[in-house]
Every structure is written in C-alpha cells, then in structure tokens.
Design a protein around this ligand. Sequence first.
Ligand SMILES: Cc1ncc(COP(=O)(O)O)c(C=O)c1O
Length: 486
Amino acid sequence: MSVVTTSTSTITSTIPSSLSGSAGAATVRAAEECTAPADCPGCTSAPLPVLGRDVRVPLVTGGEVGYAALDYAASAPALQRVWDDIAAYAPYYGSVHRGAGYLSQLSTDLFEQSRETVAGFLGCRPDDELIFTRSTTDSLNLLAAALPAGTRIYVFDTEHHAALLPWQRAEDARVEYLPAPRTPEQAVASLDVALHGAPKGPKLVCVTGASNVTGEIWPVRELAAAAHRHGARIVLDAAQLAPHRPVDVTALDVDWVAFSGHKLYAPFGAGVLAGRADWLRDAEPYLAGGGATRKVARSGDELLVEWNSGTARHEAGSPNVIGAYAIASACKALTEAGFDSLVTRERELLDRLRDGLADLPEVRVLSLFGAGSARVGVLSFVVQGWNSSHLAAALSAEYGIGVRDGLFCAHPLVRTLLDTEPDEPGECGAPDAAPGERSLNAVRVSFGAGTPEEHVDRFLGAVRTLVREGAAWRYRTEGGRCVPVR
Ligand SMILES: Cc1ncc(COP(=O)(O)O)c(C=O)c1O
C-alpha cells in the first residue's frame, strides 16, 4: 500500500502500490512516443500534448492525412495529462458521498479535492460555492432557476444561446436584451445606461468573456464594475475564455462564473458554476433527488423534505467524479504550463492565421470590435462566392481539417455580423446553390494549447487553394449537411 500522487493531487488514502508512478502510462502513449507520420512535421510543437494528434483520416481524393483539429471552440481534445490522471484513478473509481467502502471514500476525497483545485484555479472567494454541473449550459440554467423572484436580467443579444436563453424561463423574471455593441467601451456604456434606468430589486447581468464567434475578448472587469455600481450582479460565461486566459473571479469581481470541461481539454461530461452562495442557498434545489436531501419523511399523502444546504443542494444524483477530476487535472496542467507563455504562443498563431487570411481579398473575417481588438484563438470568416458549408466540407474531405460552419448557436450575433435577416436560412446553407456574394453562415476556425503550427499552415494553404482553384470534388446537401458526392 502506498500514497499515490497523480499530477493533480495526492490521493491521500492508501491504494495498492501497483498503481504507483506508472498506472495510465502503460496504456496510453506518452508525448515523446508520438509516431506521427512524416507528413505531420511539427505535430509535437504544441505546448501541451493532447490525445488524437496522431490520428489519420481518409481523404476523398485518396490516401490519408493526419487530422488537423481546428474546432477547439466546440470541443477541445483531451490533454494527455488529463487522460493519464483519469487512467491512473479509473481502477479506484467508486461512488461519491454514498459508500462506506474504501474506494467510495477515496473517490469522495478526490471529488472534493477537485472542487478545491478548480476553486483555486478560478480565484474564488473563501465563501463562494463551486458546483459541478454538466456544462456551461447546465450551469447557466441552474443559476436562472436560482434567481430571486422578479430579477431583471440584462444580456447582450450577441451571447451564445446558452447565455441568451435560460433567463426568459426564470420565474417572474424580466429580460432586457442589449444591442450588439461595436466597441468594448460601447458595451460598458450601453450597460451603464440600461442599469441606470432600472427599477429597484434584484438584477443580474450575463456576459461572455470571449465570443465563440469572433474570439473577441469582452471588457469583463469594466462590465462588472458597471453592474455593481448599479446594484446588479454579474455572471461570466467563461466557456471560451477559461481555456485561453486566466479567469479570476476575485480580480474580475464577477459574482459567478460558468464553464465547460470539454472546452478545457477535459471531455468527461462535467462543467462548473462557481460564485456567491446566497442566491444558490435560498433557491429550490436545481434537481430533486438523492444527495440534495437531508431528510425525507412521508406524512399521509405528503412528503416532508429537508433539503441540504451548500453545494449538495444543487448536486442531486451521483456526482460525476471522473468529470470533476478531469477538470481539476486540466486546471492544474494549464496553470503549470503558465498562461503567459500559452497566451504569447496563441497570439503568434493568431497573427499567422490572420496574416494568411488577409492575403486573400475574398476572405472577410468577422469582428464586432474591430481588427485591433484582443482575441482568443477563435476566428470566423466568410469567403466571397463560397457557401461556408461547402468550404468547411471541402476542408474536411480534401485536406483532413476539422472546422465548423454555421451560426454557432449565436444566431443573432452572426446575423448582425453578416448583415442578414432573421428569416433567412442559416446554420446549413444550400451548397448546391449558385455561388453568391453573401454567405448566410460562416466558417469558424479555433485552436488551443494542443495545436501545432503545421495545422494552421495547412489550413491557410487549403483555404488559399480552394479560393484560387476551387474544390477538387463535388458536394451535395444531405440531411442538412454538405457532403462529398461519392
Ligand atoms: C461562449 C459559450 N457559452 C456557452 C456555451 C455552451 O457550452 P456547452 O455546450 O458546453 O454547455 C458555448 C459552447 O459553444 C460557448 O461557446
């Protein structure tokens, strides 16, 4: 028996020494052993090794190529480190907060340690609560369900649907949708004006840290100051910010933060809501069920329920210990890698990407705040004469590059950026249609700490060839997707 140290934490309970030091490493390929083929030069040049970097995919034109994952904003690949930590723990997996057995105690320890690690990563205040959820969507719906009666919500119509839609379901709530600002200063001024005229009572502002469409960084600290000046609270949707920049709730002075594990290199079905305890404490439990209750008794036709306080109140059901531990492991890996160097490298890749696209006059990069604004590694664009779905399909089928096309679950924002009307078709366009000057949807390319330079270069080369020479294959629409004709 021995104490086992995984990269995230020491599992203080004793577990068999057979695990010590090597578990996980035996079943997964370490970064140095990458057997990527010769057509993947520099594929190990990324700061943090991720799974899937040596995966090869077939090309419609014949042969195969190393897959270039450039859709991190949707779901980032798992960090090798996260996978190793999970593999080391997996044999010791057990129920959380429920079992008398040794592995249940160990798993409960690990789950609670993970909560502390993530709270540290987020710079939480001592009396904040951190609840493990399924995702950002789940976290924001939880908060929406916990709002005091009559809360007024202020949200820009540029938000991802996960941050735009939950509020109108909140009981008794009134939502004010603020128009798309064209500069960060305008965002702050517009919020200031809206809150200035707000009636008394609870108020909540919801804002993204970085746009999932443009990658542009929002002035979170200034928006938080504006919210607090008018007695409102603020929740930060950090789904796109947390994988790219430090998110410190104390320094930013936001009341809550939400993010998803699968965008933070920890794709095991968990997310986070962290922040002020009071509204959460006073709310009905988000889900009714085991774990959220202290006592349940039947009295005639009624059940008398005493609900738990604290995090347990909103974590009914068996907790996702693997998901929580994976997030903690990713937080640790990002912290150790150092955001300073990650950000510097991300800027270099972004500059390379933008310079390459700027060489193509047919390409228009979408931006709300203008070319000089700060961004994370997320960029959307349209190409004159191309339907975006067609371009994305050709990038995949002919070059093995995975990007995303559509309206990115931010329909009002993309329509604003493309200057299209709400009743025009979006999401999947019509690839068979004659090439037009205006695309009804966009292509998004996004990357992160696992992206080698080669992927960005291959992407630029592919876009250049497609724009100048056209696709080498024919495509059609099938089930709403653009696919190669076979
Ligand atoms: C800015 C932003 N917020 C929220 C979400 C929702 O995240 P999830 O699908 O993990 O709930 C996303 C997902 O793309 C996002 O980009």
